[in-house]
Design a protein around this ligand. Sequence first.
Ligand code: NAD
Ligand code: MG
Length: 366
Amino acid sequence: MSTSAPGRIEVEVAGAQPYRITIAPGLLDDGAALAAQVRGRQALVLSDDTVAPLYAARVAGALRAARPELSLAHFALPAGESSKTLHWFGRAIDALAALGARRDACVLALGGGVVGDLAGFAAACWMRGIDCVQLPTTLLAMVDSSVGGKTAVDLPQGKNLVGAFHPPRAVLADTGVLRTLPPRELRAGLAEVVKYGAIVDAPFLDWLDAHADALLAMDDDALAAAVARSCAHKAAIVERDPFEHGERALLNFGHTFGHAIETEQGYGGLNHGEAVAVGMVLAARLSETLGLSRPEDGERLRALLTRFGLPVALPAGLDAESLLAHMRLDKKAQAGGLRFIVWERAGRARVLSDVPESTVLAALRS
Ligand code: NAD
Ligand code: MG
């Protein structure tokens, strides 16, 4: 990874085409920046029906001004996780077929992680792989899903069960679009931002604390800085471990607990970022129970998440045994025992296998 200029991060994974993440307000109106990533003469703007009315015409207008010869098509999914399915994947493929997309066509993924994951998977499959340019519009997509090349759709049996590794051609994160993001979605993204501090960058937690008001007020500079630092961490981890054989698993800090909460609530309670916030507090408590970390670190994490308006305790009515049952089935679990990302202190996380169920229950109940 190299950071050639503020707001620019190059991602270099061995054996794959390197790509650049650019972070700045106004990128969606920058026809030259967009056009520079479209190699051929065909592009499909793939979005959802909330984001498309807000931003698709701007992207199309900027692109057309820069590249009048471009053949441009649009496709929008209904907004929300319930569209991240094989059905809507099929409709996206239909849109590529209707465009007559060739090998050098480009999919522009304009939206949050749902659009990014589905568009990336459609690009991975069309003619065994065409370019996908990620134009993330949620904070979560900017700091997490648009970087790293994981693409997927969900099945009724579980999240992200059908997918592929397909790194983007480029990521252009226009932080200006965060202004229209519902506050709850902003906070969800902040939970993942805090995660980077928790797993690899303790000074970032201090920075986040100092800039919490600016971030919550959607200050452009503060947001761009938080996105850049988060992306730099994600890029560095993905470069060292692109296929999650080791270190990339640290990105799941708080996620084993979080996924169990989301599943137990039937995906209608806490959203992903909120569940991860609670999950990180529980992971800190688990680490403490195992004698790995000090209570002060857990307190500090909890205070920062609270400041960002995120939940830090299990929602009422959730049963510890049921949560444990979900964790046994977690995709990240392996044969032979529960596996968690724990921390030794803020900024220093590691994978721990064979965690006794009794200890997990104790952390859930304390
Ligand atoms: P999302 O894509 O559903 O977006 C959240 C909501 O915000 C949607 O209703 C969307 O229409 C709306 N929205 C998006 N941008 C907006 C804007 N600028 N203004 C107003 N509204 C806007 O959800 P998400 O949180 O971005 O992404 C979650 C998805 O990402 C999940 O499916 C998850 O599995 C996936 N994910 C993937 C990876 C990866 O590595 N591929 C990593 C993390 C998460
Ligand atoms: Mg996550």
